[in-house]
Design a protein around this ligand. Structure first.
Ligand SMILES: [Zn+2]
Length: 269
């Protein structure tokens, strides 16, 4: 029988093929090398998050005070360990460890793509070399911290909801534990989490490159019809640090604007 690692690696190769077949704005594909890196890193991020959630599912029942069941659960209180309990800090550390390298490489890939798109060399000869750039490391830390705190907050919410549902259904602690583990060990959630972050991190790296090499404006580059939220922005050119206004009123510096957003930016020097 195949081991879990073999299955994960087969799944990851399949994801690379699926991602490559999705509609990406042309600027992502201009350099086949960085496009390949981008989709491989997106698949790797998804695997890392799925593995984290899988392992978290066996820890999560320990974060519930089962002796307090079946007290009614309010929105922010209940038998789930509090926000300031040290276990959540520990979960954040574990998730950070699982993804920070991949996110650093995504930011670096965006910067390297800039070199091949715009031709001004910054000396990022290899991915390893680019990941040592202080600005890239700093940007990657910020992206990672943001991702990690969002994921952990959702995890706590999911635990609360799962326990509340068990109480509503009159389940005993055993059934409630199984329900909770199923809710947490969710590969679809890993896929959702991993859908916007690669484009975000890559675009951050590309912007770092563009600013460093003297770009002054940016033009939204999207696939007509691929995303109705961004479609009105296609071709719009604004100063490099201004924000694009989406049709829903939200303002963004760059893609991604929504899950699976594959829009790009063209920098103008
Ligand atoms: Zn878009």
């Amino acid at each position: 029988m195949a081991t879990r690692n073999e299955l994960l690696s087969a799944r990851q190769s399949l994801r690379v093929a699926i991602l490559a077949a999705e509609e990406w704005q042309e600027s992502y594909k201009a350099s086949p090398t960085t496009f390949r890196q981008l989709i491989e890193l997106e698949a790797a991020l998804e695997t890392a998050v799925a593995e984290y959630l899988h392992e978290l599912s066996s820890r999560a029942p320990g974060y519930v005070d089962w002796s307090r069941l079946p007290e009614p659960i309010k929105a922010d209180a209940g038998p789930v360990l509090n926000n300031d309990d040290p276990v959540w800090k520990q979960e954040e550390i574990l998730l950070t460890a699982a993804v920070i390298e991949i996110i650093t490489q995504l930011v670096a890939t965006g910067a390297i793509a800039g070199e091949s798109l715009y031709g001004v060399p910054l000396g990022y000869t290899t991915l390893e070399f680019a990941t040592l750039d202080e600005a890239i490391m700093r940007a990657a830390r910020l992206h990672t911290a943001d991702l990690v705190s969002r994921v952990t907050e959702t995890t706590r919410k999911q635990i609360r909801e799962s326990v509340a549902k068990s109480i509503a259904l009159g389940e005993d602690a055993h059934a409630a534990t199984i329900r909770l583990m199923d809710v947490i060990d969710n590969p679809i959630r890993a896929e959702l989490i991993s859908q916007t972050e690669p484009v975000n991190a890559y675009q951050t790296g590309l912007k770092h490159y563009a600013k460093t090499t003297g770009a002054v404006e940016k033009k939204w580059d999207g696939l007509p019809g691929a995303c109705s939220l961004c479609a009105p922005l296609i071709g719009k050119t604004i100063p490099i640090d201004d924000l694009f206004k989406l049709s829903n009123g939200k303002e963004v510096d760059r893609p991604a604007c929504h899950p699976r957003d594959r829009c790009g930016l063209i920098y103008i020097y």
